[in-house]
Design a protein around this ligand. Sequence first.
Ligand code: PAJ
Length: 285
Amino acid sequence: MIDIITSINKMRYVSEKKRSEGILIGLVPTMGALHEGHLSLVKRASEKTDFVVVSIFVNPTQFAPNEDFTAYPRNIGDDARKIELAGADCIFAPEKSNMYPEGYATYVAVERLTDGLCGHSRPTHFRGVTTVVTKLFNIVYPHVAVFGQKDAQQHAVIKRMVKDLDMPVEIDVGPIVREPDGLAMSSRNSYLSAEERRQTVSLYRSLCLAEELVSSGITGSEDIIRKVRAVIAEQDRAKIDYIEIVDPEEMTPVDDVRGGGLLALAVWFGDARLIDNIVLSGKDS
Ligand code: PAJ
């Protein structure tokens, strides 16, 4: 059975030892309830490093008080089996009280890139993400950390943090893994009713439409967004949070995708706030 480490000191000891033996450490940070999207990152980490740690921690500081921290799915037994099969070497699953003990007062915040998109409706979210990822880097000492393109703003923010704070870790990004009908895999898909699940197919359909529009020469962001919005708005259960086309590194709006752009969206279906995105590469990019 795969080793599940819950102690911060033990994790640090294991990682220090591996490092001193010249072993390359890979880290895949997760909040558990694992699916094929997460496992694809584990496989990626195994190809790049020798000792792969998967962290499982439902991080309270990235949830606002009205969000789904309590409802978030948790199943460490299932997760451990999946992680072992995917070929990881150990699981780091710390307790909340050890990650954020009494008196905790320190946060890492990336500015500017966190103002828009998900940062707009979740103003404290990225501060929680960058804080916990910094802590994980300080405990696991990874040479490489792997994140998913599914959370495009998240990995842009983390790359900025690593660069700005001279963190000695390489950030690698794996592609979005989708269900057969195109819905991006997400732990939150389990919140969907059958009808909501049926309607979520509009998200991927709208992203594919955007790609087709660009191929046919329509490159103005406003035009593309209007047509994408129309596809999603046809679904009576969909409540659009945002649909934007931005620079993939800076997260600032771009007017035209001839030089490339990231189309990112967040849409509520019932209790599930789903995000998805596609990189649009125009003629000049
Ligand atoms: P979580 O939502 O569990 O996602 C963990 C990692 O899996 C993230 O890097 C995410 O982008 C990636 N991922 C999720 N769905 C994916 C999919 N369908 N295809 C490919 N990759 C996918 O993101 C977080 O947790 C947290 O914010 C975390 C970074 C762990 C910090 O708490």
